[in-house]
Design a binder for this molecule. Structure first.
Ligand code: ADP
Ligand code: ZN
Ligand code: ZN
Length: 711
């Protein structure tokens, strides 16, 4: 092959996907290799995408070929991501690059070339003082010296050109992250676990492992991984968020001591690079990480496990907007690996595929330790108001909190908001203080006495007067973890209250401290947001209260019921993991809502049947794909103009298609303004959306295939 199509690392947003260069004779170039190419008047780095014999006009030769970067199947996967998610191939290829390609953490070691004759060399250099100085410095360092310690970079380059010096690259290798621990041996499996393991062993493709928290899924993952390693293959374990899943990681690391790498988002670039290298060299057999771990250079992949497969952190929100589940399934099919999707609350689309036999459905019906799922009661907050109870806690919840405290047991109060109060309103004129950049209500934080926009992070001082009518009657409405914590302290002064949200816990250590404090019974009541729903094992918790289920139910997104069901099920799963059992209370102003009733019965199957019918009737996913086009600009008028324009183009494209594609919009979305820019959006929905996956989208637009939300 005489030509190479190269993905060039340009800053040009639009333009060609790849550029073609001729391969100079004598140069060996393979797909996936890093190369240096001429680009205009510059030299840029790129990755060889494929080789071809097709001649092109005015072709220039590529300049240099360096190390291989992408394995063949990785290139194939990059191509699939670019196509499926309508992303530039450059973005898709970038996923696979070692973390520090831009600024490699390589030490450049310079030394004199072998067999250099000192006297003639020095004579040769008398007219090049910088080279001479460098040469002298090298003379003093017979074993080589860090190139940055030399007097002149130019001087070194000159010496290398003359053949008098050479430069070697050496990687500073950080120590592996997972400490060596004593091995913890596999547990003896229950019958259900045994059956699941046997099915995975014997089968192929994608397995959905459905079981409540505590039903033994992780043990099945670990034993399947053990199997795979025994066959000389490697495994990948994806988790939604590393900092919230220390228990899983610790278990995996101690089951396979010395063989596990963890790709943590808090790694320094250098550590990240080190882990990537260890993986590339084949020094580890199991990689644990968030969605990006999919792109680690792991060879001989035999298994990908996706824990909590329903979790939306698996979707990337920047280009390429891939979903790790779908990408993992593609990757597995390319290399012949198996996939396990584990969850207590399957994604509706995944479960639909399991029902249709596209995935193999495996169920772990019971908790292994402790009693079965706790009873859930729905509390009608309208009746509380009628009875004169204006507290945020219903009478039932108050009583149960008190009882739990008396029994020396722990409680969790969940709400899906941060801050002390949701919004700040003038009681005189109704004016609501909001972020000018996002047009969302500010949230009041008593810590630091400030208002904060939870979309863009803008902070402001709470005003003393209403900015609109100058009244002093400014009041705080709504609820946040801080307010709930304060109310609890007022209600139960003897209770030790702990908060857990993004304000009080940012780092992995913070999260661990909260979990430790609970496990060691240094707190009685934990008040928290989404984080309390994750899979922590807190055996002393016997009561879970959901302060309000309403906000999540009311979001104008076709997935709001699904999300609510998942969240409530997970939160409920926090109660009664110990021998004392437990109970769950869900407070709401919509007690008749069917999703709440089904969540309260832990009835995933009823929920699935109801919800899948709704989706089918409306041709929402999984019966269609959604494509979200968003335009954002500081001018609202320009947004509208651009949106109408693109809508017109799309409408022409979809006219008369079979199967049809429905367009909605153009409209400002739920989040009308964000980070100081207005937004307009267009949604396309259809069984086959390829006709609207424009590769030449006008500037300013983003395209999101199968988006996490349509808000
Ligand atoms: P999940 O991943 O579904 O939450 P785990 O695998 O973490 O479930 O299991 C829950 C608890 O039960 C853990 O403490 C685990 O050590 C224990 N466990 C799992 N499988 C077994 C088994 N076969 N025998 C005894 N204990 C088990
Ligand atoms: Zn804002
Ligand atoms: Zn006012």
């Amino acid at each position: 092959m005489a030509f190479a199509e190269v993905v060039v690392d340009t800053n040009i947003r639009r333009g060609a996907q790849t550029y073609t260069y001729s391969i100079p004779s004598g140069l060996e170039v393979a797909p996936g290799q890093r190369v240096v190419v001429p680009f205009g008047s510059r030299q840029l780095e790129g990755v060889v995408f494929r080789l071809t014999d097709e001649p092109v006009a005015d072709v220039r030769p590529l300049l240099r070929a360096a190390e291989p970067l992408l394995l063949p199947h990785q290139l194939e996967l990059a191509r699939w991501i670019a196509e499926h998610y309508a992303a530039p191939i450059k973005d898709a290829v970038a996923l696979f690059l070692p973390p520090t390609l831009a600024t490699p953490r390589l030490r450049r070691i310079a030394r004199l070339a072998r067999g250099v004759d000192l006297r003639t060399s020095i004579k040769e250099l008398t007219r090049a003082p910088r080279q001479l100085a460098t040469f002298e410095a090298l003379l003093l360092a017979p074993l080589g010296i860090d190139a940055r310690a030399l007097p002149s970079e130019d001087g070194l380059r000159g010496l290398v050109q003359r053949g008098l010096a050479e430069v070697l690259s050496e990687v500073d290798e950080p120590p592996p992250l997972v400490p060596e621990t004593a091995q913890i041996l596999p547990l003896r499996l229950t019958k259900a676990q045994e059956e699941a393991l046997a099915a995975i062993r014997a089968g192929n493709g994608v397995f959905m492992l459905h079981g409540v928290t505590g039903s033994g899924k992780t043990e099945v993952y670990l034993q399947t991984i053990g199997d795979v390693l025994e066959r000389g293959q490697r495994a990948l374990l994806l988790v939604p968020e590393i900092s919230l899943t220390p228990q899983t990681i610790a278990r995996c690391a101690s089951r396979f001591p010395g063989r596990v790498a963890v790709l943590h988002s808090a790694l320094t670039p250098r550590q990240r690079y080190g882990e990537w290298r260890r993986i590339g060299q084949g020094s580890v057999d199991v990689v644990i990480g968030p969605r990006s771990a999919l792109f680690a250079p792991l060879r001989d992949l035999g298994l990908i496990v996706i824990d909590e497969e329903h979790d939306w952190t698996y979707k990337q929100e920047q280009s390429p907007r891939y979903h790790a589940r779908e990408t993992a399934i593609k990757l597995a099919s390319l290399v012949g690996a198996k996939v396990i999707l584990g969850t207590a609350t399957p994604d509706l689309g995944s479960y639909h595929r399991a029902q249709k036999g596209i995935f193999t459905l495996l169920t772990l019906p019971e908790r292994i330790v402790g009693p079965s799922m706790p009873p859930v009661r729905i509390v009608d907050m309208r009746q509380e108001l009628q009875a004169g109870n204006r507290s945020i806690f219903s009478r039932d919840l108050q009583q149960e909190l008190r009882a739990a405290l008396l029994r020396k047991e722990q409680s969790i109060l969940f709400l899906n908001r941060r801050g002390a109060n949701t919004f700040v309103m003038c009681r005189e004129c109704g004016f609501v203080l909001q972020c000018q950049d996002c047009l969302l209500p500010f949230t009041f934080h008593a810590v630091g006495n400030r208002l904060m926009c939870h979309n863009c992070g803008r902070a402001a001082r709470p005003p003393e007067h209403c900015p609109d009518c100058a009244s002093m009657r400014i009041r705080y409405f709504g609820l946040g973890t801080q307010r709930v914590a304060e109310e609890i302290e007022a209600l139960l002064p003897q209770a030790r209250v702990l908060r857990w949200d993004r304000d009080t816990a940012r780092t992995r250590e913070d999260h661990e401290n909260v979990v430790d404090a609970m496990r060691e019974h240094r707190a009685d009541v934990l008040v928290g947001t989404q984080m309390v729903a994750k899979g922590h094992d807190l055996p002393l918790v016997t009561l879970v209260g959901v302060i309000s289920a309403d906000a999540m139910l009311q979001l104008p997104d076709f997935r709001s019921a699904e999300r609510t069901f998942q969240l409530l099920t997970q939160v409920a799963g926090r109660a009664g993991r110990g021998p004392a059992g437990g109970s769950v209370l869900i407070q709401t102003y919509n007690p008749q809502h069917p999703t709440l009733a089904m969540a309260s019965r832990h009835d995933f199957h009823a929920f699935f049947r109801t919800e899948i019918q709704f989706r089918k009737r409306m041709s929402y996913p999984p019966f269609s794909h959604v494509v979200k086009f968003v335009y954002s600009h500081a001018s609202a008028e320009k947004c509208q103009r651009e949106a109408r324009e693109l809508f017109g183009q799309l409408a022409e494209r979809v006219a008369g298609l079979d199967p049809p594609i429905h367009l909605t919009g153009p409209l400002p979305p739920y989040l009308e303004k964000s980070h100081g820019k207005f937004r307009w959006q267009i949604l396309a929905r259809g069984r086959d959306v390829r006709p609207v996956l424009l590769s030449d989208l006008p500037a300013g637009w983003t395209i999101d295939v199968d988006p996490a939300s349509v808000l």
